[in-house]
Design a protein around this ligand. Structure first.
Ligand code: SF4
Length: 323
């Protein structure tokens, strides 16, 4: 991990002509203009605190220090976080207040700072963390992303990512356009995963099994689109190799606009999920987790991932192999 001081700041003020994500709206958020995501100047937070629902090396025993940022660069019709990602609920904070949140998460013993959908707020996050770094307080930073990122922004803010927790949701532009209003998602997200992989490499943990660096790629299986999840896994295996940690998730629940959208108003079937889980095995991934399939449906947990610790099918496979 590079020390923050070694990272040159981006040229100019990113908020004065916002191109933080690939939408590249170019609006001046400093004077009240809002782009596609609707984010302003003061960081808006919906919730923060120790979070135990992430993958086991992130949650550890004391929780992942999650900060759920409001606004989003996508408009997923099934978003579990829609009250704050799509409807902008949350509280506007001044920089010292955000600093205090990060400080409190560290004092609570969280294993990391988990930035959930941070892209519109990266300059403010950097400013809020700076005083803590100066005080010698530093946790691994989890960059928790949909995958829709700009390489230029990732490069400019690479000091805010020790661990990348990044999605590959679709493999077809038509699906990404229909479900997330983002026809460019596939190429952007694949580029994002490849960029993080080149920068951070495989997931590494401390002696207690807590993540300190590396990439976890999440593949959420979507109803009617299991083949796209298989395609994403195949792309990962062919382009980046099978050492990358994958987290295959069965928890899709039709919430928000998905409840009224044909095809998206149901859970993933056991057969669909089984095809994706089988691909993980067949492609030979060595690290990661395959969430178990719950017959009676997952609860609509608005905090996102509900993967319980210890249900790591790939991890079990590695144990069987003596890894
Ligand atoms: S972060 Fe928001 S305002 Fe900035 S380019 Fe992306 S969508 Fe537009």
């Amino acid at each position: 991990m590079n020390a923050p001081a070694t990272i040159p700041p981006p040229a100019g003020d990113p908020l004065a002509a916002c191109r933080l994500c690939p939408r590249a709206c170019g609006v001046n958020r400093r004077v009240g203009a809002r782009g596609y995501c609707g984010a302003g100047v003061q960081p808006r937070i919906f919730r923060h605190g120790p979070h135990f629902g992430e993958e086991p090396p992130l949650s550890g025993t004391r929780g992942s220090g999650a900060v759920f940022f409001s606004h989003c660069t996508l408009r997923c019709l099934y978003c579990q976080n829609y009250p704050w990602s799509q409807q902008a609920q949350g509280e506007d904070l001044k920089t010292p207040q955000l600093t205090a949140i990060f400080r409190r998460l560290a004092e609570q013993g969280c294993h990391n700072w988990n930035l959930v959908s941070p892209t519109p707020w990266l300059p403010q996050i950097r400013a809020a963390l700076a005083p803590l770094f100066q005080d010698g307080i530093r946790l691994p930073i989890v960059y928790n992303s949909s995958g829709f990122e700009s390489p230029e922004t990732l490069s400019s803010f690479r000091d805010l990512a020790d661990i990348a927790l990044v999605d590959l949701r679709y493999a077809a532009a038509t699906t990404a356009a229909a479900a997330s209003d983002c026809s460019r998602y596939v190429e952007a997200a694949r580029e994002t995963v490849a960029w993080f992989w080149q920068q951070l490499g495989p997931l590494s943990t401390d002696p207690a099994g807590v993540a300190v660096r590396g990439v976890i790629c999440r593949v959420l299986v979507l109803p009617g689109h299991a083949d796209e999840a298989v395609d994403s896994l195949s792309w990962l295996a062919q382009r980046l190799g099978t050492e990358i940690a994958v987290s295959v998730m069965s928890q899709y629940t039709p919430v928000y606009r998905a409840r009224q959208t044909a095809g998206w108003d149901r859970r993933v079937t056991r057969e669909e999920y089984g095809r994706v889980a089988a691909a993980v095995e067949e492609l030979g991934f060595d690290n990661g987790w395959v969430q178990e399939y719950e017959e009676d449906g997952s609860p609509a947990d608005l905090l996102g991932c509900t993967m319980p610790a210890g249900e790591a099918a790939v991890g079990r496979k590695n144990e069987e192999k003596g890894l």
